[in-house]
Design a protein around this ligand. Structure first.
Ligand code: ZN
Length: 164
């Protein structure tokens, strides 16, 4: 029996580690690590700071329902800030109507977001998050308009808009 168990573990353990790597790359790449110490908050501190809906998106990489954000139709001139740390992420100049139901932009403000690949829908997608607090914002796709050809598909609940 002991011999059987140890043989089994011998096979299982390496197999599990490989599977873990394949199916849970999120933990491996785990990136939502904040670059600024000020935003290196515990789960509890983030929960106190954010609404439950924004917490779910920023800290748990959730996605809001399509067409649910009033920012989807926001057409005024202004700046879109991270709801977690107030860093400016996008300006209204780069916003466009993608028809997807989420606020969409073709370019972030330089240095304001960082990307990583996630596999939540099995197919790899490029996630992006605020470079200051690490809060998840959305996903970036290669079907956007010129000049970048990128579509930054953002959760409205992760942003706050201030009109000019
Ligand atoms: Zn932020």
């Amino acid at each position: 029996m002991n011999q059987f168990l140890s043989r089994r573990s011998f096979i299982l353990i390496p197999t599990m580690s490989i599977l873990k790597f394949i199916f849970k790359p999120k933990k491996v790449f785990a990136s939502s690590s904040p670059s600024s110490e000020n935003y290196n908050l515990s789960k509890k501190e983030w929960k106190n700071k954010l609404s439950p809906e924004s917490y779910y998106i920023l800290r748990e990489e959730g996605t809001e329902r399509a067409f649910s954000s009033p920012l989807n139709n926001e057409k005024r001139k202004g700046v879109f800030y991270c709801v977690g740390c107030s860093q400016a992420l996008f300006t209204s100049e780069t916003k466009f109507d993608s028809g997807t139901g989420w606020p969409s932009f073709w370019d972030p403000i330089k240095g304001s977001v960082e990307t990583k690949v996630d596999f939540k829908l099995i197919v790899p997608r490029t996630e992006y998050h605020c470079s200051r607090c690490g809060g998840h914002q959305g996903h970036v796709f290669n079907d956007g308009p010129l000049p970048t050809g990128k579509r930054y598909c953002n959760n409205g609940l992760a942003l706050k808009f201030i009109a000019e």
